[in-house]
Design a binder for this molecule. Sequence first.
Ligand code: C5P
Length: 227
Amino acid sequence: MSSTVPVITVDGPSGAGKGTIAHRLADHLGWHLLDSGALYRVTAQACLIEGVAWDDEPAVAAIARVLDVTFASGANGEESVKYKGQEVSAAIRTEEGGRGASTVAALPSVRTALFERQRAMRKAPGLVADGRDMGTVVFADAELKIFLTASAQERAQRRHKQLIAKGESVSLARLLQDIQERDERDANRDVSPLLPAEDAIVIDSTATPIEEVFNRVWELVQERNLI
Ligand code: C5P
């Protein structure tokens, strides 16, 4: 059943600029934002905290079913993510956090456990949903579906720059390998593999500045009468 609350989905591989585009869209429209990747990241982090292995499907799903997570904007506008009241924002954004998220995200019962929680985020006046399967599975009836992509090389370079800015040193080759492995896992899993929905608009940001990508998306929002 289609709900009357409009949804815009922004899917694609990590590092393509989805987070930036989804945040800006939600800001401009005054809509809610769902960062579904953060739910998988917090699930992986919760496993580390509770001493559960990422491949122990029944135990990971049990954690996901009752995941006590809160999202808030910190004093300086930075996001704050807490698990059972404990700050995990930095921990979930590490490379290991990304690996854990994509490992637990491949488990079917973990996806089922997080499905209703994601659907429940569809609240007036609208929702921008960022992830991998927002347009294909979770909000298959979304009003506008964007699939944002970029070459693995370009995504690794962007991530490298971000890490250097944070004072972390990681080799570009290692990052590229991590990204390729994660893409491979996300694209080839049995449930909800990373794929554009048939009715998604695919945008390649490899050679396009994020500002231009946003302008293109904003045109689509206007064309679909979403404002
Ligand atoms: O988007 P982000 O990089 O935070 O996502 C982390 C991981 O969570 C992805 O690599 C993917 O495996 C998983 N994920 C998913 N489905 C989503 C969002 C994220 O499987 N809707």
